[in-house]
Design a protein around this ligand. Structure first.
Ligand code: IPM
Ligand code: MG
Length: 336
C-alpha cells in the first residue's frame, strides 16, 4: 500500500478500511503493508523510491498505489520499467448520478506502458535545442495489441478495438504500430478493428463517447486520452487503473496528488477503491481464485449503491466527506 503524496494517504486509508472489511468477512485474506514513496519520502529518506519501499513491493503479490506529487515520474515510471508492467489498463464508464457527459459510456484505454517518449531519451543538441527520441518496438506493440484484443473479447461490449495513432506524421514509429496491430487484428475475426488519428479521437471522445470500447494506443497518447476520457465520465475521481506485467501488477488512480484538496477530507476515494477492485480481479484471474474476483465486485456494487442513492462526494455534486463515503461503502459491502 504505497501511500504517496497529497490526497494519496487519505485514499490509501480509505482502501485499507475496505480491504480490511473484506479480509474480516470473506475467505480472501490480505496482509497489507503501508510504504512511503514520492515527495514525502524524498524529504525524509532522500529518495523518491526508497530501497525498503522497493524491497517491500518486490516481496508483495500486488501493489495498490496512491498518487505521487512532483516526483511522480521517479516513482511510477521506475516501477513500470523495473517490473516490465507493459499494459496500462484504464476502464472508464458512466456511473449513475455522476457528472458523466452521457449515460451509456463504457470504454477502456489500453495504453502501452514501457516505451514511446516515456523513456526520457532527451538530449541537448546545442545550447538552444533539445532532441527527444521515441522508441517503438515490434515486441511492445505485439503484446499490448494482443492484450487489447483479448480484453475486447472478454468485455463483450461492442467487440471493437480502436487503434489510436498519428501515423500520418509519425510515419515510421506509428507506421510500425498500425502495421503490426493490423496483422494481429486479422487473427481476431470476431473483433472489429478501426484506426483513428489521435486528434480525431480527442474529438470523438466528446462527440460520441459511447461508440468506444477498447482504445489501443501508445504511452503518451494514452496518458492524455485517459485523462480526457475520465473527465467525460464525470471527472478523475472515478478513474481507476491497472499496470500489468507478466507476473506483477500495480493498481492506482488515473489522477495525481491533488494538493489543492489535500487534508480537507473531500476527495473522492472511488478511484482508489475501483483500483483495489481491479487488483482483486487481477489476483483472482492470476490464481484461478474466483472468490477474490467476487469480493472485488462487492466494491463496485457498494459504490453503485451509493450513487443510486445519490450519496456522493463533492466532485460529483454531493456533500459526503471522504471518510463518510468510505464508511458507507464499507457498510454496504456485506449488507443485503
Ligand atoms: C499517469 C500519470 C503518469 C504518467 C505521471 C505521473 C508520470 O500521469 O499515470 O497517467 O504520465 O504516466
Ligand atoms: Mg496521466
Amino acid at each position: 500500500m504505497l501511500r504517496g503524496d497529497g490526497i494519496g494517504p487519505e485514499l490509501i486509508d480509505s482502501a485499507m478500511c475496505i480491504l480490511n472489511e473484506i479480509n474480516d468477512n470473506s475467505s480472501v485474506k490480505f496482509s497489507l503493508v503501508p510504504v512511503e514513496a514520492g515527495d514525502n519520502a524524498l524529504t525524509r529518506f532522500h529518495k523518491a523510491l526508497p530501497d525498503f519501499t522497493l524491497s517491500t513491493i518486490r516481496k508483495s503479490d500486488a501493489c495498490l498505489k496512491g498518487p505521487v506529487g512532483e516526483s511522480a515520474a521517479e516513482v511510477i515510471l521506475v516501477i513500470r520499467q523495473l517490473f516490465d508492467l507493459y499494459a496500462n489498463i484504464r476502464p472508464l464508464k458512466a456511473y449513475p448520478n455522476t457528472n458523466s457527459l452521457r449515460n451509456n459510456i463504457d470504454l477502456v484505454v489500453v495504453r502501452e506502458n514501457t516505451e514511446d517518449l516515456y523513456l526520457g531519451w532527451e538530449f541537448w543538441s546545442d545550447e538552444e535545442t533539445v532532441i527527444s527520441l521515441r522508441r517503438t518496438s515490434k515486441k511492445a506493440i505485439e503484446r499490448i495489441t494482443k492484450y487489447g484484443f483479448k480484453l475486447a473479447r472478454l468485455r463483450n461490449r461492442h467487440r471493437k478495438v480502436s487503434l489510436v495513432h498519428k501515423a500520418n506524421v509519425l510515419r515510421k514509429s506509428d507506421g510500425l504500430f498500425r502495421r503490426i496491430s493490423s496483422e494481429i487484428a486479422s487473427a481476431y475475426v470476431d473483433i472489429q478493428f478501426e484506426e483513428m488519428y489521435v486528434d480525431a479521437c480527442a474529438m470523438n471522445l466528446i462527440r460520441n463517447p459511447e461508440d468506444f470500447d477498447v482504445i489501443l494506443t501508445s504511452n503518451l497518447f494514452g496518458d492524455i486520452i485517459s485523462d480526457e476520457a475520465a473527465q467525460v465520465v464525470g471527472g478523475l475521481g472515478m478513474g481507476p487503473s491497472a499496470n500489468i506485467g507478466n507476473n506483477f501488477g500495480v493498481f492506482e488512480p488515473v489522477h495525481g496528488a491533488a494538493f489543492d484538496i489535500q487534508g480537507k477530507n473531500v476527495s473522492n476515494p472511488s478511484s482508489i477503491l475501483l483500483s483495489a477492485r481491479l487488483m482483486l480481479q487481477w489476483l483472482g484471474a492470476e490464481r484461478n481464485d474466483r472468490q477474490a474476483v467476487l469480493e472485488g465486485d462487492r466494491i463496485e456494487n457498494a459504490i453503485l449503491r451509493m450513487l443510486f442513492e445519490n450519496r456522493k462526494t463533492k466532485d460529483q455534486g454531493g456533500t459526503l466527506t471522504t471518510k463518510e463515503f468510505t464508511t458507507s461503502v464499507m457498510s454496504y459491502l456485506y449488507a443485503n
